[in-house]
Design a protein around this ligand. Structure first.
Ligand code: MG
Length: 184
C-alpha cells in the first residue's frame, strides 16, 4: 500500500469553478469561469488532488433540492472530464441555522465554512499533506476555513482567468519547479 502523502487543491465551487448567481441549483445556471478546465487539468498534471468544497445552504433553505444539487455536480464532473480534467472528490454542506428543512437546520455545522470540517474530512480520507496544499475561494469564509485547516487560502474574482490565477499560487509554482528538477 502506498502511504506516500499527496497534496491537494481545495476549490470552492460557486464563484471559483462556475459563476455565482446566488444559490445555483439548476444545471442551466452552471456557467464556468474562464480558464476553469485548463486550471484543473494543470493541477491534475502537477499531481495535486483536486477537491471541491462547497457550502450548499440552498438545499437546507429549500432554494433547490438535493437532487438539483446532484444534477449540477454531475454536469460539472462530466463537462470537466470531457476536457480531461478530474475532480478527485467533493464535499458539500447543506446545513444552515436558518434552514427551512429541519434535518438541515444545524447551527455552526463543522462542515459549513468558515469551519474547516470539509477540508479536514478530505485530509483524513485521502491522507493529504496539508503543508503543500492550498485553497481557492471567492469569499472571506473560504479563506477562514483554509486558515482553520492550516493551509493557505487565495481569494479569486470570478471575472478573472482561473488558470492564470492558479499558476501564480506559490504552492503550485513549487510543484512546477520540483517537476522541472525531476525532468533534468
Ligand atoms: Mg463561493
Amino acid at each position: 500500500m502506498n502511504m506516500k502523502k499527496t497534496f491537494a487543491a481545495f476549490l470552492d465551487r460557486d464563484g471559483v469553478i462556475n459563476l455565482d448567481f446566488g444559490h445555483v441549483g439548476n444545471p442551466e445556471e452552471i456557467i464556468y469561469v474562464k480558464g476553469a478546465f485548463k486550471a484543473v487539468r494543470m493541477l491534475n498534471n502537477l499531481n495535486f488532488y483536486v477537491f471541491i468544497v462547497s457550502n450548499q445552504a440552498g438545499i437546507g433553505k429549500g432554494k433547490y433540492t438535493y437532487e438539483d444539487y446532484l444534477e449540477c455536480i454531475e454536469k460539472i464532473k462530466k463537462d470537466f472530464a470531457n476536457e480531461g480534467a478530474v475532480f478527485n472528490d467533493i464535499r458539500y454542506c447543506p446545513y444552515h441555522e436558518e434552514a427551512t428543512q429541519e434535518k438541515y437546520r444545524v447551527k455552526d455545522h463543522p462542515f459549513r465554512k468558515p469551519n474547516p470540517g470539509m477540508l479536514l474530512d478530505l485530509e483524513k480520507t485521502w491522507n493529504i499533506d496539508m503543508k503543500n496544499s492550498f485553497l481557492i475561494g471567492d469569499k472571506q469564509s473560504d479563506l477562514l476555513a483554509a486558515r482553520a485547516a492550516g493551509i493557505n487560502g487565495y481569494l479569486f474574482d470570478e471575472n478573472d482567468y482561473l488558470e492564470t490565477f492558479v499558476k501564480k499560487v506559490p504552492e503550485v509554482s513549487l510543484q512546477v519547479k520540483k517537476m522541472k528538477k525531476d525532468l533534468f
